[in-house]
Write a new protein. Structure first.
Length: 298
């Protein structure tokens, strides 16, 4: 992976981390029903990228399945989880998607898992576990079961997406929006309550969160992610998403006053080292170090 694409992947993970915190506030603090919030998000996405629906990808059934998996099958379940689970717990359990993606990519796509990627993934996952772990351990609540389901469904969608050729990232976004807004809207109208009260009580906060989630997270960050996962093997791109929980912790320190102890610092260092091992070959790392040294000496 080139340094430029690694930088883009880092930006994607930063946006995803911010979205986790914002979504928690919207679901838990503002009281927005999860499927209602998901429907608003996908409606914004569809409104922005609907022109890309004109060229129908083939086979259509595969695109519909990918859209459902990458859209409501992932985000709606996470929004349900955030009703009871913390963003940190959601972030760590969602990392189950990394080994699931690796197994599915190997089984369905024939992609390789070389020693460097295996070692880097193990280092990063170990660092994330160290950062997220607390003295009482992790308890698998009902909310976290939604995260497990989300990780599996999202991984399956990512692998299926690799099998669709000639589809641009914004086409993916358009079909994700279309295939996801219909079921989430139907669900919230049939089974959820209080949507109007939430909008009336918090119009500006809810509107800003929906626009951020729809435009910045989906249209910008996920389009970049789709571009990268088309350019590189899923077994390379997927482990890099392990940066997201690290950034989530960092944002918690800045915005909520979280304390970083030695355990968290060591975990963050181990995780980021693993990310570098995954992203760069050793000769690329050496060149980056030399460039950084020249910059310091200037």
């Amino acid at each position: 992976m080139s340094p430029r694409d690694f930088g883009l992947m880092t930006l994607v993970c930063l946006i995803w981390a911010a979205n986790s915190i914002i979504s928690k506030l919207v679901i838990a603090n503002l009281g927005a029903p999860p499927m209602f919030y998901a429907a608003l998000r996908f409606a914004v996405v569809l409104a922005v990228v609907w022109p890309w629906l004109r060229n129908v990808p083939r086979p259509l059934w595969r695109m519909i399945v990918v859209g459902l998996c990458m859209g409501c099958g992932t985000f709606a379940l996470v929004f349900f989880a955030l009703q009871t689970a913390s963003p940190s717990a959601v972030a760590i359990v969602s990392q189950l998607g990394v080994p699931v993606t690796a197994v599915l990519s190997w089984f369905l796509l024939g992609e390789r898992l070389d020693a460097r990627r295996i070692v880097g993934t193990a280092m990063t996952l170990a660092g994330v576990v160290l950062v997220m772990w607390n003295p009482d351990g992790l308890h698998m609540s009902a909310g976290l079961l939604f995260v497990v389901a989300s990780a599996v469904i999202g991984s399956f969608g990512a692998v299926l997406m690799k099998q669709i050729e000639g589809v641009k990232p914004l086409q993916f976004q358009a079909w994700v929006g279309l295939t996801s807004v219909i079921p989430t809207l139907g669900f919230t109208l049939a089974l959820e309550q209080g949507q109007g009260a939430v909008v009336a009580a918090n119009p500006w906060a809810l509107g800003a969160a929906v626009l951020f989630s729809g435009l910045i997270v989906s249209v910008l960050a996920h389009t970049l992610y789709y571009t990268l996962i088309q350019r590189y093997e899923a077994t390379l791109v997927s482990p890099l998403t392990l940066m997201t929980p690290i950034f989530t912790i960092a944002m918690g320190v800045v915005f909520t006053g979280d304390v970083v102890d030695l355990r968290m610092a060591l975990g963050a260092a181990l995780a980021m080292a693993g990310v570098l091992v995954i992203a760069f070959r050793f000769n690329q790392l050496a060149r980056l170090v030399l460039l950084f040294g020249r910059g310091q000496g200037a």
